[in-house]
Design a protein around this ligand. Sequence first.
Ligand code: GDG
Length: 480
Amino acid sequence: MARHPPPERNVVPPAAELVVVANRLPVDRGEDDSSWRRSPGGLVTALEPVVQRTGGAWVGWAGQPDLEVEPFDFDGVHLVPVTLSTDDVAQYYEGFSNDTIWPLYHDVIAAPTYHRAWWDAYVRVNRRFAEAAAAAAGEGATVWVHDYQLQLVPRMLREMRPDLVIGYFHHIPFPAYGIYSQLPWRSQVLEGLLGADVIGFQRVADAGNFARAVRRRFGYDTRAGAITVPTGDGGQRTAIAKAYPISIDTASYEELAQRPEIQARAAEIRAELGNPDTVLLGVDRLDYTKGIRHRLKAVGELFDDGRLGTGDATLVQVASPSRERVAAYVQLRDEIELAVGRINGDHDTIGFTAVRYLHHSYPREEMVALYLAADVMLVTALRDGMNLVAKEYVASRVDGRGVLVLSEFAGAADELTQALRVNPHDIEGLKDAVMTAVSMPVEEQRRRMRALRRRVRDNDVSAWSARFLGDLRAVRGGDA
Ligand code: GDG
């Protein structure tokens, strides 16, 4: 990653035409803490060029508590840091965002915690983000708010700056009303989101759940995703709720996968595993939504049953560290590590391992080498907004080989219809799908992979952002 000189200070705030508002800024502090580095990630790759082109701004948290930094320019983007105190991080971020909204919106796979003090912090911090965006946006600018940490920002922003065009994209699922209605602040959150002109979701089903929640709570007309919202002065406006399935920077994965050194690394990975006939792979943030335990159960039983043999097959499970201060994640890590230990204790030999478990983050080059090394990719999420790993695997298979086993509860299942579709709760079905994948003839692998690859090429992340911003522009033109 490129090192950058100290940022230029900007005394006069620019009046940006496009403002992105996200929990995190697109930069991180370097190891020495004195410089900024562009943080890797799909959203940054997708949005940075658009923001650069328009001389836009990005409002977000720099990732460290109590860090106060003046706005600065970086790679042609005006960055506006929002300061979060240690308490804000504990209550707004780890608390309300990751221990209330995250489990609730993922169908209560883990029990959500409701604390009034967390909600107060969520309101307070959302207002801080809205104020920063209002200050950065030029007259009539477009503001694009991202994700569940900032659901109140659209309405706050509209009240502060009625001239703005406001978009919101929700990266995680939006649950059915029966679940959503548990939220003690269910009306306030819906009102917050309805402040946007376009409210984007991953799946058609998410947009439908949102529209139904609005109908049930407020009785507004929600025909075909066009929601009629009263403006309070007797008038009304339209908010659009619609699906915009997010994607990846497909070309960059293809480019990496074509590099000889990465292909050589893929061969080396297989050799280091003892050249098993089949390499199975899972790559996830260590999160209870990802179905890692279900995957381990299925693969463990296949070893127990002798349908997979040590030396013939190995599961490589990358579980990158995540939210380690939230109790549910601490417990999940223990459970997963216990399960891996049991499987390996029963099935490892001196020379071979059944499950190679890696609780690390890796550079993107290594991830692509792993994707190329894997005969079978297991995406067994119990609930997932999209799941970019599934798309990254497909994009990386420039050789046309490999099988994707994909949960129907991941948003990606709507588009990646040539994957082997599974219900991860059905362990017998999951085991059978793994065996079908392991023994799939090469011709069938190629046929399926061709269709999957076409899909991630046609809908890459720049097509995604262009579609969303196009619909926002249409709002301004009055023809949305
Ligand atoms: C949320 C929604 C939605 C993981 N480990 C490493 C690593 N990763 C990268 C993957 C992928 C990303 O992190 C994870 O994205 P996912 O989509 O799989 O899942 P979430 O983090 O839960 O993301 C999700 C997404 O937002 C976008 O809207 O799809 O449903 O939950 O890109 O490759 N990357 C590297 N090293 C790792 O060890 N370099």
